[in-house]
Ligand binder design. Sequence first.
Ligand code: SAM
Length: 332
Amino acid sequence: RAWTEEDEAIIATNTDASECKRGAVELGYWRDDYVQYFSRRADRRAPEINRGYFARVRAIEILVHQFLERCGSKCQIISLGCGYDTLYWRLRDSTRAVGNYVELDFPTVTAKKCQIIKRNKALMEKITNEDGEVVIRSGDLHADNYHLVGCDLRCVAEVRRKLSSAGALGGAGAAGAGAAGEGCREALPTLVLAECVLVYLRPEPAAALLAALCAALPTSMVIVYEQCNLDDKFGEVMVRNLESRGCLLAGAAGARGGPGAAAARLRAAGWARAAAWDMRAVWAALPAAERARADRLEPLDEHELLQQLHAHYALGVAARGALLADLELDDP
Ligand code: SAM
C-alpha cells in the first residue's frame, strides 16, 4: 500500500504527542521512566497544553486501573494507534499485570517503536519472559504477553488478522512466543484504548472498526479520547492548526458534536452502556491534591484558555459484559 502525504502528517502527530508528553514529564506533571527513550527531545509547551496532557494521561490511567481492578490479570488491552505510548511499561512497574497487551499503529510507526525497544535494555527487559523469547517478524514484534503490530486501522480485515497474530482474537493463531497454544483470548475481558486516534480516520471506517471490535469482544471496555466541539471558533482554529501541517482531521465530522455525540458513537458501535465528558468535567473530577500539585508546578495567570482547551477534548467510556456491569458511568 502506498502511503499518502496525509498519512505521513498523521504519523507525525505521534512525534508531537511523545515530545509534548516528555516535556510535561520533565516538568514533573507525572512520572514516566520510559518516555525518554521514545522522543529525542522534550517539547516545552504552554502550561495549558501541559495541563491538558496531564489530565489526558491521568484520566486514562485511572480508567485503566479501574478496568484492571475489576478484571484481574486474566484480561487484555488493545491499544489502537498506540504511537510511542508507554502505558505497557508503566503498568509493568505497577502491581497490575496484564495477560495480553497488543499495540497497533501504521507499520512505519511500529517498525520504529520496535527498533527503539530493541535498542534499550530498560524497555526490552520488560517484554521478555523467562526464556527471553521475542519474535520479530515482518516488522511486528511478538513477545510473551506484549505484541506490537503494524496495520492500517481503516482496514478492519487487516486489524482482525493482526489481532489474531497477537492472540487477541481467534483466527490465524497466535504468533507470540507464549501466546501460541493458549488459544484465542477474545473471551477475556478486553480494554480497547483509542487515545487521539479515531479522529484521523473518516467517520465510516472509524465506525466500522469500533463495531467490529465490539462485536468480537463480549466483555469489553473502550476508552476514546479525542477532540470534540470542533465547530465553534476555537475548534476551527484547532482544525486549521493541524491542517496547516498537512494533517486533515478526517474524523472532524465525527468530532463536530460535543461529548454526547462521542457517547452516541460508542452506543451505535454496540457498547450499550456509554458515557462521555468534556475535559472540563474530567479535570474537575481528578483528585483535588493532584490538581493542586499541577497548579503549583506551573501557576496559570488566568484559566480561560485552559477551560477552552478542555472544552474541546472529550473522554468517552463504554462497557459491555457482566464483569463490567457495575462500572460507574454516570459521573467522570
Ligand atoms: N495514542 C498515542 C498517544 O496518545 O500518545 C499516539 C497518538 S498520535 C496523536 C495518533 C496515532 O494514531 C499516530 O501514531 C498515528 O500513526 C496513528 N494512526 C492514525 N491513523 C491510523 C491508521 N489509519 N492506522 C494506524 N494508525 C493510525
